[in-house]
Design a protein around this ligand. Structure first.
Ligand SMILES: [Zn+2]
Length: 87
């Protein structure tokens, strides 16, 4: 049996199969976006699909702390939109 890589949700710290997590990336140009391929370059954060974790993560203050950069409200909303498309 092939082993599926596991990753930890940044909010609830539970382990999940990598493919069951949402990957949010902050790339070198300063963009923050949802990465459906799991392969985009940049600093990635894995997030499980629970409503609670998504809501805690998609918070301007949280994202600014997590990615150590300023995050515009519009960016938060765009990522929220990107995630809601795949849920
Ligand atoms: Zn979680």
């Amino acid at each position: 049996m092939k082993k599926i890589p596991q990753r930890t949700c940044v909010i609830c710290h539970s382990k999940f199969d990598k493919r069951d997590l949402l990957r949010i990336v902050s790339d070198n140009s300063g963009e923050i976006f949802f990465d459906p391929t799991g392969k985009a370059n940049g600093r990635g954060a894995y997030l499980c699909k629970s409503e609670e974790c998504i809501n805690q993560f998609l918070n301007k203050n949280y994202l600014e702390r997590a990615f150590k950069r300023k995050v515009e409200k519009e960016v938060v909303e765009r990522v929220r939109q990107q995630i809601s498309n795949v849920k």
